[in-house]
Design a protein around this ligand. Sequence first.
Ligand code: NAI
Length: 394
Amino acid sequence: MGKILCVLYDDPMDGYPPAYARDTIPTLEHYPDGQSLPTPQHIDFTPGHLLGCVSGELGLRQFVEEQGHTLIVTADKEGPDSVFEKELPDADIVISQPFWPAYLTAERIAKAKKLKLAITAGIGSDHVDLQAAIEKGITVAEVTYCNSHSVAEHNVMMILALARNYLPSYQWVMQKGWNIADCVARAYDIEGMTVGIVGAGRIGLATLKRLKPFDVKLHYTDRHRLSAQVEKELGLTFHPTVADMVPRCDIVALCCPLHPETEHLFNDKLLSKMKRGAYLVNTARGKLCDRDAVVRALESGQLAGYAGDVWFPQPAPQDHPWRTMSHHGMTPHVAGTTLSAQARYAAGVREILECWFEERPIREEYLIVDKSKLAGVGAHSYTVTKDVEEAYQG
Ligand code: NAI
């Protein structure tokens, strides 16, 4: 009998919702590359309900308890007195989510003597120290694809919001104003602009596809080049490096994972190579950017706008400069946790748990670390530091 420790964000301030804005969410058949949506044997929740918060429990309690395991769900994740720290030493499985990450640092992993499986309820497992997971033989799995399209939609929204100066215009309405000139003095169409995507994986490619009808010029860079057919269909220009791509772009969107190769990629040096007045959108991870370099670039006008959904740490402290910098369109980390996305990742977590309990293999595409090395999507999209990777991959 095991202990499953699940860290989720707090309930809404008004309490768990008694009703929802819409009665249903669409049923999707499969993802564009043919990958099936999560296939648990059963679910005990209603798709479209709030599952990602503490009271939502990812719809797992009945299932986990029927299997004879204990489920602890908490939002209290920081500091030595937190529920997370106290429950971690004898937890067998940790479930966490990028929106409210329970950082599984090397120190915490060292304390978690029984931990065998870390599940990310979403995509992006950088909150787990992957080197430590490799060394301790912990499997790390996430629900690949579950919210990639949710984030692609958010990218398009943020690009348009920045270029068209949407948020300041909305503020004039809220202030009872009609200040057209104030609104439009920074407003542009994106038609004809050049958009560059860093990381054309599931989110990046879906963002490119969604932007195509806007008649923008589409560029991208990635460790893995897309097929010639996809490049032709979307009219893409490939760049071997990000430094080669950004000077050409009016808009850059970050869609790659956070790992040693990408940490603080957008620093003063790279930002200075961008066109003056470019827009930067980052729904991937806060640490892809140097926090203060972004603030400086907005102050100097090197960037005309920065919109992001991701911060470090999370939750961001009240005095985080990205809350108050000029020309920003920040959201707290919400892009991948719409009610639509929650239904998919709750089902995906259940699928992973069913496999684990029944000793069936977890889908290859869900794996980040397995058998003491990067595996599945982890091997495709991440790096760990070189010596560890070499030591453990032989
Ligand atoms: P994916 O694995 O399908 O694609 C990632 C792509 O980045 C891959 O094609 C990979 O080759 C590329 N990449 C890796 N290192 C690179 C580098 N140094 N330079 C250029 N490209 C590089 O993953 P997916 O689904 O597209 O998600 C990407 C990231 O988006 C996640 O790892 C996560 O950090 C973030 N995310 C954010 C969410 C949100 O709510 N804001 C929700 C889901 C994901």
